[in-house]
Design a protein. Structure first.
Length: 276
């Protein structure tokens, strides 16, 4: 779910403000106490607002009135009981951080004994749905597959290791799903690693995509290269990546590619190799 600014209103929650300074107030929470002299800004009693439910990553603007008018800047002091679950700014903007419960309190700056509590429950964000398994490679993935097989067709040295020509790889939908899912995740979450943000390793991603049992698997990743030719050339110039490409034990390949203008490298590439 995209981060959204949800607007909630606690209008009149501070309407149990005393209508007179110094009154103890016996009114029902949510209702005005009777006026006995000049209006004041001291709360009659504490109040508890309707519970708020958020998903981690969401924000919510809480709005409070004092004496029937929107609270002015500096008039309230906002606090949270658990910043690991939810934080709040001094303008009442709540950010859900992680799963759990917290209480957001809006107290009068001049009398913090007068306050309103907002119970907040945060649930964890749902994991993104896995990318569908492509039965055939995309245009870029097909080019990477073709370039990889062209490289395997001739003997070459990967650093100090010489490799004989190897048989061509065939496309595998499950490996393609694992590769595309990781490329898309790196682009969306702006990171570059064989380990996913959720802690999964490449072998776990491949297994989760349905490539099991297997005899052997491997993975190459790259970022920043704008074309299939550039990324395969880069892999071949790197000893470890080159060894994966030339490994005769690998029989199948899946390729992932993702692009976004908001990430550091913009272009993200994944090769997942396997044999069963």
């Amino acid at each position: 779910m995209p981060t959204a600014l949800l607007r909630g209103s606690a209008a009149a929650l501070l309407a149990l403000t005393l209508a007179a300074c110094g009154s103890t107030g016996t009114g029902t929470p949510g209702a005005d106490a009777p006026a006995t002299s000049q209006p004041g800004t001291t709360l009659a009693a504490l109040a508890v607002a309707t519970p708020v439910a958020l998903t981690a990553g969401q924000t919510l603007q809480l709005n409070v009135t004092v004496n029937g008018q929107p609270a002015q800047p500096g008039q309230l002091k906002w606090t949270t009981s658990n910043a690991a679950v939810a934080t709040v700014t001094q303008t009442g903007l709540v950010t859900a951080v992680s799963a759990g419960s917290a209480t957001i309190r809006a107290a009068l700056a001049t009398n913090t004994a007068s306050f309103i509590d907002f119970p907040v429950t945060v649930t964890a964000a749902s994991a993104p749905a896995p990318a569908p398994a492509p039965s055939t490679p995309s245009a870029f993935a097909q080019q990477v597959l073709d370039l990889t097989n062209a490289a395997r067709a001739v003997p070459r040295s990967c650093g100090a290791t010489s490799h004989a020509a190897a048989a061509p790889l065939t496309w595998n939908a499950a490996l393609g799903q694992a590769a595309q899912g990781h490329a898309a995740d790196m682009a969306a979450q702006n990171y570059f690693s064989h380990t996913s943000k959720d802690g999964r390793t490449f072998s776990q991603r491949i297994t989760n995509a349905g490539y099991t049992p297997y005899r052997t698997i491997g993975e190459n990743i790259a970022a920043g290269q704008g074309t299939p030719q550039q990324v395969v050339d880069g892999w071949l110039k790197s000893e470890g990546h080159c060894r994966n490409i030339m490994n005769p034990n690998f029989k199948e390949l899946g390729v992932g590619y993702a692009y976004t203008t908001t990430s550091t490298y913009r272009h993200y590439w994944v090769q997942d190799f396997g044999a069963r």
